[in-house]
Design a protein around this ligand. Sequence first.
Ligand SMILES: NC(=O)c1ccc[n+]([C@@H]2O[C@H](COP(=O)([O-])OP(=O)(O)OC[C@H]3O[C@@H](n4cnc5c(N)ncnc54)[C@H](OP(=O)(O)O)[C@@H]3O)[C@@H](O)[C@H]2O)c1
Length: 270
Amino acid sequence: MTPDFLYGTAWKENRTAALTELAIRTGFRGIDTANQRRHYVEAGVGEGLKAAYRAGVVSREELFLQTKFTYQAGQDHRLPYDPEAALSAQVAQSVKSSLEHLGTDYIDSYVLHGPASGRGWTDYDAEVWAAMARERDAGRVRLLGVSNVSLRHLEDLATSGAEMPAFVQNRCFARTGWDHSVRAFCARQQIRYQGFSLLTANPEVLHHPLVADIAARSHATPAQVVFRFALAVRMLPLTGTTDAEHMRQDLVSPAVTLSSDEARAIESLA
Ligand SMILES: NC(=O)c1ccc[n+]([C@@H]2O[C@H](COP(=O)([O-])OP(=O)(O)OC[C@H]3O[C@@H](n4cnc5c(N)ncnc54)[C@H](OP(=O)(O)O)[C@@H]3O)[C@@H](O)[C@H]2O)c1
């Protein structure tokens, strides 16, 4: 089952293991990472998981582990595959390396980190997507996703006749109606939308009087109101907080009271 919140492990470098373990101890059951050493230490996530298992906090089956395939253009020199290999072989090598890093024999959700071109779904993406589906068919991956996509990418993918993703993971700006057109497409296609940078992309929302009033009334923080709003519009939010108190606050944000009128008002803040 997909949890209501994902803990993001980007940009944590040598704190990755300890913060992953802390997130699990605090109650997160969904972990997002990537086999992209430039921004993530996937092996550190694996160390954090191992520590949590060893301490009896959680078992593998209780967790939802999500990781990603990243094209060479999004990587630095620390590649999880042979850059000379065909893209489909790079996917297989990247999955194998992720399974080793995470100490598991399956990945709950495997995400294409971003399409090859900003202009539409290309033949490169089609090759990678087919290779990802083969990993799923072989049982090493359960669900597939795409990240950093536009409506055009999704429409191209649908037109190509390929299977649609279970997840879309995008940076979510309030000024685009919180990625309204992509979210609407996802709703129509029964794709679960994952939103990241909900706080960092939207400082104006965190300071908006509407959000401040709801926060004050609910004895909550503006960040909790934003996460509660995200859940109200059926997003699966990500948080990458490094702060134990913020972890706790994020996990209890579903308890913040938010009426449907208030959710609609936040949705149309831009
Ligand atoms: N697919 C992609 O291309 C992509 C790109 C970027 C990110 N992601 C994923 O999304 C995850 C989250 O990244 P993000 O861009 O949303 O930023 P983030 O890493 O979650 O940063 C959130 C910022 O807000 C602060 N903050 C303040 N109050 C908070 C609260 N109550 N709860 C949470 N944070 C609070 C945090 O500071 P404190 O640490 O002090 O709390 C932090 O500086 C990443 O770790 C990664 O897994 C994916």
